[in-house]
Design a protein around this ligand. Structure first.
Ligand code: PEP
Ligand code: MG
Length: 595
């Protein structure tokens, strides 16, 4: 275990929210989001002319890109109204005063174009923020967006976090977008900690998928004066320890060893069936974010994919959308690797906290309640159909199923199915064989969907409960807001009743019901979900051995009795205590790993 260089400095222990388990020790790397990460370079007098040319070329290229996106968006939306959101971007790029200011800064201050642009646009943004006008204040996001695009066109690329690192570090940031997190690599990032965030934000989900220990909700940790401190990050307990003492490091040495012993013991379950002690079997699958995650699915012994979050293909695709062929390649890779096991591809779930740079979504006050997921796809039929065609083409290489996110009404399923049939007709007309009987499911992640699950069940082959959203929408708790994270309770009786209602509706209509939200990845919740009657659980790959352990240690009788008590309980705390009590009795090693 490395020694703290600053052991003489006082140790500081900060409590946040642990969102991805594991311990990391190392130096700090303070990350400021892309637009701030601009290095200022001094120029010699003779270089300023070339620098001005470089700036003007980037300006032309940026205008060209924006006009192109605007016109393709206009075609897609069959209306210029939504595409006009780029007008503000173009206005900013055509602002002579601003351009003059940048040119003067390059010339007089003799600094590089990126730094000059950043300084000038910062001043613009400050001025806009100071104005008592909501419309103008909202334009700050546009200025930021254009600046980012300009900087990318100037430097050729935006520096990703992992690319900025040479040694292994713990990354500190105010917040990380899901697309930033998706670019983290374990060879350079041993853990991360952020001011904002909560356990079911997509950034947290991504950290667990990448198996990078993470703590969020540390309020203003990124604003501290950081020098050369060493950090110890405990993603299981949600601790960030600055300048850990020698005793602390020794203590963690033991903790890590003990957890390792338990974990390697659980790896022997890999080929054991996912069933209760008395032989009640369910399907235990994995959630993945990218095609390359398929390795961990096999490593941890999941039976297939219960949720492939396809939007990460779009999030990690800089400046353009993945083509149909690129999508086919990704889906096919997963389908082939796991065949004949099922692979459920969830159609594009953009919006909320996930934004792709190539797809301009309108700025919304409440993006989680706005144009997200299926709503967005139904507004963009061509984009959606490209994805459906890709899934259909990939389906001939394995056992592929389709799942629609964020359903609130039957009509959304009917409209999506119409587009699916159109995609099938097109492919057949092109001579490509398609499976007309491909299974289609609905995510149940809004209270509306759970309450009309009896109607929805007549139109799909399966349900998968997206508890992450179901909890936020039912309890009115923003899933990414650390200030209300304490109210985000999966065991709230309202959630349990909606889950039960969905399972009963599914079963009455002869379809299976799974859970793919993070609740399915918590081994303490496994007996409760089994007792409520789920047929499938799908979780981040590394959680699969723990869920299997939990399942194999309980009987269905224990699980059903827990579910009965839970359904008549009055508070989330009571249910959690009952669930933990059962685990303490039958599988105490799980609490050692998760507490
Ligand atoms: C969910 O909402 O539970 C879910 C699985 O979808 P996502 O986390 O991607 O919103
Ligand atoms: Mg969801």
């Amino acid at each position: 275990m490395p020694h703290s260089e600053t052991a003489s400095q006082a140790e500081v222990v900060l409590q946040g929210i642990g969102v991805a388990p594991g311990v990391a020790i190392g130096p700090v790397f303070l990350w400021q989001s892309g637009d701030d990460y601009v290095v200022e370079r001094s120029l010699s007098e003779g270089d300023t002319f070339a620098e001005i040319n470089r700036f003007e070329e980037a300006l032309i290229e940026t205008r060209r890109q924006l006009l192109e996106i605007q016109s393709s968006l206009g075609r897609e939306l069959q209306s210029d109204k939504d595409a006009s959101i780029f007008d503000a971007h173009l206005l900013f790029l055509n602002d002579r005063d601003l351009i003059e200011e940048v040119l003067i800064a390059i010339q007089n201050d003799r600094i590089n174009a990126e730094a000059a642009l950043k300084n000038v646009s910062r001043r613009y943004m400050d001025t806009l923020l100071a104005v008592e006008d909501d419309y103008l204040r909202e334009r700050v996001a546009d200025v930021k967006d254009v600046m980012r695009r300009m900087i990318r066109n100037l430097s050729g690329e935006i520096v990703s976090i992992s690319d900025s690192l040479t040694d292994k570090c713990i990354v500190l940031a105010s917040d990380l977008a899901p697309s930033d997190t998706a670019g983290l690599r374990r060879d350079t990032v041993s853990g991360f900690a952020t001011d904002l965030g909560s356990p079911t934000s997509h950034t947290a989900v991504m950290a667990r998928a990448l198996e990078i220990p993470a703590v969020v909700g540390l309020h203003d940790v990124s604003k501290r004066q950081w020098t050369n401190e060493t950090l110890l990050l405990d993603g299981t307990r949600g601790l960030l320890i600055i300048n850990p003492t020698k005793e602390r490091l020794d203590e963690y040495g033991h903790i890590v060893e003990e957890r390792e012993v338990i974990r390697s013991g659980l790896s022997s379950l890999k080929n054991e069936p996912a069933e209760t002690r008395d032989g009640h079997a369910i399907v235990l699958s994995a959630n993945i974010e990218s095609a390359s995650d398929v390795k961990s699915v096999e490593q941890y012994g999941a039976e297939g994919i219960g949720l492939f979050r396809s939007e990460y293909l779009y999030l990690t695709h800089e400046d353009s959308m993945p083509s149909e062929d690129e999508q086919v390649a990704a889906y096919r890779h997963v389908a082939e690797a796991l065949a004949p096991a099922p692979v459920i591809i969830r159609t594009l779930d953009l919006g909320g906290d996930k934004f792709a740079s190539a797809i301009a979504l309108p700025t919304e006050m409440n993006p989680f309640l706005g144009c997200r997921a299926i709503r967005f796809c139904l507004k963009m039929p061509n984009l959606f159909k490209t994805q459906l065609r890709a899934i259909l083409r990939a389906s001939s290489y394995g056992n592929v199923k389709i799942m629609y996110p964020m359903i609130t009404q039957v009509d959304e399923i009917l409209q999506a199915q119409e587009l699916l049939v159109e995609a099938m007709d097109e492919l057949e007309a092109e001579g490509i064989e398609v499976d007309r009987n491909i299974e289609v499911g609905a995510m149940i992640e809004t209270p509306a969907a759970a309450m009309i699950s009896d109607s929805l069940a007549k139109h799909v082959s399966f349900f998968s409960l997206g508890t992450n959203d179901l909890i936020q929408y039912t309890l009115a708790v923003d899933r990414v807001n650390e200030l209300v994270a304490y109210l985000y309770e999966p065991t709230h009786p309202a959630i349990l009743r909606l889950i039960k209602q969905t399972i009963d509706s599914g079963h009455k209509n002869g379809i299976w019901v799974g859970v793919c939200g993070e609740m399915a990845g918590d081994p303490v919740m496994t007996p409760l979900l089994l007792g409520l009657g789920v047929d499938e659980l799908s979780a981040t790959p590394s959680a699969v051995p723990l869920i299997k352990d939990s399942m194999r240690k309980v009987t269905m009788e224990d699980a059903e009795s827990l579910a009965r008590k839970a359904l008549s309980s009055e508070s989330a705390g009571d249910v959690l205590a009952l669930a933990r009590q059962l685990i303490r009795e039958v599988a105490p090693e799980i609490l050692e790993l998760t507490d």
